[in-house]
Design a protein around this ligand. Sequence first.
Ligand code: GLY
Ligand code: MN
Length: 470
Amino acid sequence: MFEKNIYIERRRELLQKMAESAPAGQAGILLFVGNTEAAAQYKDNAYKFRQDSSWLYYFGLDEPLMAAVLDVDDGTETLFADDVEIGDIIWMGPQPSVASKGAAVGIAATAPYAALDAVVKKACAQGRPVHFLPPSRYYNTMKLADLVGIPAAEVPARASQALVKAVVSMRLVKRPEEIAQIDDACALGYEMHTVARQAVRPGIVEQEIVGKMEGVTLSKGWGVSFPTILTQHGETLHNHLHDKVIEPGKLMVIDAGAENNMHYASDFTRTLPTGGRFTTKQREVYQIVCDCNELAFSLTRPGITYREVHLAVARKMLEGLQAIGLVKGDLDEMTALGIAGLFQPHGLGHNMGLDVHDMEDLGENLVGYDPDQTRSKQLGLGSLRMARRLVPGHVITDEPGIYFIPALIEQWKREGTGKGFVNFDALASYYDFGGIRLEDDVLVTPEGARRLGPNRLPIFPDDVESAMSC
Ligand code: GLY
Ligand code: MN
């Protein structure tokens, strides 16, 4: 946990923002419900516990079955949780009291978990607004439905937009103590990828490498920040199968990150030649993606929107693809038409923090788009999760990629999409190429940007090959 003043200050700022969003005395209460244990096969064999990220941000307490009410009108704060009794102590050992846990994050008033019900129902009966965030867990959906007396299906739509906006405005801009944690998660991610790179060689099963790299973060941090992608079929963007034997001459996409013990994420992608050296054809495409990654970083600075950076990268990608004969035409026209989406059907990056796709549970557009921005429907640009005008403290990923997805190419060809710009004949020899993605984690600074983590994973093709020969 951070020291308690950080949580006190965050809650004070949140209360102030919420007070400003409503007439005096009518702002209501903020209801936060932390996560519970979630059964894997049965109640006593649960998934590894992961606390709700907004709860962690404002309350820091990393335990199941806790809730809190912040009263915006009178400023009181109450933590709801149960002290252990002998039945729990037998299985869990003695535990600190709820009062001491509250004190550790600056909350003096505590009450049993069951007392939450009466507090929320009273506020509802008085017609006071009850603000809650959209829940991502089933239990929390049911709990909120019960507390505020609405059908579970209505809970997401009844979540408070004012609270979401206030939370997003705070969590989007990382403060120094958070940046230190993300740097730490990036150090772990660096180590994971280093272990993986050293293990890649023809003849072994992909799963062996996954086990080794996940062991790194499990031994020093909380675990992975999302299910590891490690595949010789990088053209499938989120391929979680690791059952193939590594073959020579392939490209291995490794997209993996760590979650450190404070639950901050890292997210790196590197693409390695399985035999240690790129073929000429692989190197040509790799260099384009590498140039795109570099361009994105060089453009990242306060004042530019990440949508503009995405589009500049799309143009650069088309320029590279034109040079190897896969597209032809005016670069601005092709960029505007979204031709790059055939090769990169995803966005340039996303926010990162306590979640690898930070706050995606609060709504992708509210998190990643400024009020004056609308989301494109184009393939690729439409998947851009972070489009906002950048400010210092934003933490984003820079993850261009080129993929040859036979089914997608065939669809464009069949439907005439990209006709006159895409060289479908030349693309026929890329159907077994796979994909390439190169991803770094980036902090927007007052001067520009800094790549997060103490070291950058090898990315330039010569550096990758020499690292693989060690
Ligand atoms: N690295 C996984 C993702 O960004 O979706
Ligand atoms: Mn990512």
